[in-house]
Design a protein around this ligand. Structure first.
Ligand code: FAD
Length: 307
């Protein structure tokens, strides 16, 4: 029950204020967030690039005004040039939440997000960096997949994310199977109604496994985003069955989670990409990480109690 409660809390503005203002929260947040600004995240990128590639997420979501959406676009564009100057662009990717670049704006949200995503894609291509569109709650899936399709006409390396918990995902995967797109498969981090999403962990895991096999059998480049060792074993088996070598797919994990497993996979020759969130708007991201694992809540409460 704790998980759904925390996911509800992730969209509660009053609680956001209370948690963000608590000076002790910050200490715990740094476990999951790579830093507050570009300098901080670039230092982590530099440290990680000897053993993994990275994908950078400028934290923020549900931006509902045009000026805010433009600021997020500008942040990505300047980050891309900083990555280029630092010689790190080719081993990096940017992960963009479309709700942060205009998708949530009531009128013309889709077109605004498409325009901003295109500008980020142009900058990414100019410096040899990749880009993936994160997937948010189920109401955004049609728009996000359509923007992915549109961007791939000019920038074929643009990635999309599919969430195994959504009942529609098998159909979406079938649609994308022949596209050669880069597809990140995740279990799904948002609280969704039963009408559109599997509710039980066993159902989500079964759907993830099915998704893995379909993705490995497809023309797409699979980005297997999970910390679940059983899913990684399945991904390895499916890759072998479908003749995909270690350079034909990658594993992705979040910064600060399962660090031991990340090191082990990198040592074993797997292509590993670490997802690095940075910025000050960490509330929604942080609450989703707490919701995924009750032990994180205990860790958080212990840290608060210790002061
Ligand atoms: P689980 O079954 O939840 O966990 C397996 C094991 O992993 C756990 O037993 C635990 O040991 C470890 N673990 C998992 N989560 C945590 C945690 N928070 N803290 C500590 N240990 C943990 N979701 C979206 O909806 N849209 C996206 O665009 C998206 N992008 C992602 C990108 C990457 C690179 C990754 C790794 C995840 C992304 N997610 C996204 C989140 C995803 O949907 C899951 O919520 C998250 O990955 C937890 O699921 P799991 O596959 O790790 O499996």
């Amino acid at each position: 029950m704790l998980g759904p409660t925390l996911l509800r809390a992730s969209r509660n503005e009053r609680l956001r204020g209370v948690i963000e203002r608590n000076p002790l929260t910050r200490k715990v947040v740094t476990r999951f967030v790579a830093g507050e600004d570009q300098d901080a995240v670039l230092a982590v990128v530099h440290r990680l690039h000897s053993r993994a590639t990275t994908t950078l997420d400028f934290l923020g979501e549900d931006v509902s005004d045009l000026a805010g959406a433009r600021r997020v676009r500008d942040q990505y564009v300047s980050l891309l040039y900083r990555l280029h100057e630092a010689g790190e662009a080719e081993r990096s990717e940017v992960s963009v939440k479309l709700s942060a670049v205009g998708q949530s704006i009531p009128r013309d949200g889709h077109e605004t997000a498409l325009g901003h995503a295109l500008q980020i894609a142009v900058a990414a291509a100019a410096v040899g960096c990749r880009m993936t569109l994160d997937m948010e709650d189920h109401t955004t899936v049609d728009s996000t997949l359509a923007i992915g399709d549109e961007l791939r006409r000019e920038f074929p390396l643009t990635g999309n994310v599919l969430q195994a918990n959504l009942r529609r995902t098998a159909g979406d995967l079938a649609q994308l199977a022949g596209s050669g797109a880069r597809i990140r498969l995740v279990k799904g981090a948002y609280r969704e109604p039963e009408s559109v999403a599997y509710q039980r962990k066993s159902e989500v895991d079964a759907a993830y496994r099915q998704g893995l096999h379909r993705l490995m059998a497809s023309d797409c480049y699979p980005m297997v985003a999970t910390h679940d060792p059983a899913m990684i074993r399945d991904a390895n088996d499916a890759a072998q069955r479908h003749g995909k070598g270690l350079d034909g797919w990658e594993i992705q994990m979040l910064y600060g989670i399962s660090a031991g497993l990340q090191a082990q996979l990198a040592r074993s020759g797997h292509a590993l990409r670490v997802y690095l969130p940075y910025g000050t708007d960490w509330y929604g991201y942080f609450m989703r990480r707490l919701a995924e694992r009750p032990a994180n809540v205990a860790f958080f409460l212990r840290a608060l109690a210790r002061g």
